[in-house]
Design a protein around this ligand. Structure first.
Ligand code: GLP
Length: 233
C-alpha cells in the first residue's frame, strides 16, 4: 500500500485527477470504477475542467459506479445517478451506454447485482478504481462485517451511514438499502486509489495504517491488494 499525504483537499483532488487523466490518456479505452460522496467532487471538477467535450477524453472510456440506493428513481436528486450526471457525465463526452450504475429500481435486485458483475467482467474488468472511505471503514457501501468474498449485492445501510448521507436528502427520507459493488469485485480492479480527506476520516485512516486485516473494518481488505494508493489530506 502506497501512502501519499497531500497538503490540503485541493492538492488531493489535483493528484487524484492526474491519476485518472493519466490512465485514460495512456489507455483511451480504460474501464474505471468511480465513487460518489463529498470527497471525489474536487477530483471530478478538475477532470471536467481539463477534459471538456472537445478533447474527447472519455469517448471510449467505460465507467462503473460503486453503488446506488435502492428504491429511489434515477431522477431523484439524492440518487448516485444524479450525482454522477451533475459532477461528471453531463460535462464530458462519455457515451451514456458506457456509463454504468446499478439500477436500484430493478424488479429483481439480485439479478441486477449479478448482471452488474457480469457487465464488469464483459468489459474486461476494472483497470482503475477510486474509493472513498466511510468513517466506519466502509468502502463503497460495504459496511463492517461484510465478507471480503462478497460480490455486488443488496445491503442494509447502517444508521451512521444514513446519517452521514442525510444532507443529500433534504426531504429527510434517506433510503435504507443500496446496491454495492462487493469487496471481491473491487479487489479485482488492477489498481485502486483510496481518497480520504478531513478530520472525520482520521481515526479510520489510522486504523487502516495499523495494518490489521479484519472484516469488521472493510477498508482493511485493501491490504490484500498489490496496487493500492491512499491519498490523504
Ligand atoms: C457513501 C458512499 C461511499 C463513500 C462514502 C464517503 O457512503 N457510498 O462510496 O466513500 O459515502 O463519503 P464522503 O466522501 O462524503 O465522506
Amino acid at each position: 500500500m502506497k501512502w501519499e499525504t497531500l497538503p490540503d483537499y485541493d492538492a488531493l483532488s489535483e493528484r487524484a485527477a492526474r491519476i485518472l487523466l493519466g490512465t485514460i490518456r495512456e489507455n483511451p479505452r480504460a474501464v474505471l470504477g468511480l465513487p460518489t460522496g463529498r470527497t471525489p467532487i474536487g477530483m471530478y471538477q478538475r477532470v471536467v475542467q481539463e477534459c471538456s467535450r472537445e478533447y474527447h477524453c472519455f469517448s471510449e472510456v467505460s465507467t462503473f459506479n460503486l453503488d446506488e440506493y435502492v428504491g429511489i428513481p434515477r431522477t431523484h436528486p439524492g440518487s448516485y445517478f444524479t450525482f454522477m450526471q451533475q459532477n461528471l457525465f453531463q460535462h464530458v463526452d462519455l457515451d451514456p451506454a458506457n456509463a454504468h450504475i446499478p439500477d436500484g429500481m430493478a424488479a429483481d435486485l439480485n439479478a441486477e447485482c449479478a448482471r452488474y458483475d457480469r457487465e464488469i467482467a464483459d468489459a474486461g474488468g476494472l483497470q482503475l478504481t477510486f474509493l472513498g472511505l466511510g468513517s466506519n471503514g466502509h468502502i463503497a457501501f460495504n459496511e463492517p462485517g461484510t465478507p471480503f468474498t462478497a460480490r455486488t449485492r443488496v445491503i442494509e445501510l447502517t444508521q451512521s451511514t444514513r446519517d452521514a448521507n442525510a444532507s443529500f436528502f433534504p426531504d429527510g427520507v434517506v433510503p435504507s438499502r443500496a446496491i454495492t459493488m462487493g469487496i471481491a469485485t473491487i479487489l479485482e480492479s488492477r489498481r485502486i486509489v483510496l481518497l480520504a480527506s478531513g478530520a472525520n476520516k482520521r481515526a479510520a485512516i489510522e486504523r487502516l495504517r495499523s495494518g490489521e486485516v479484519t472484516e469488521e473494518f472493510p477498508a482493511s481488505s485493501l491490504h490484500k491488494h498489490s496496487d493500492v494508493t491512499v491519498l490523504i489530506a
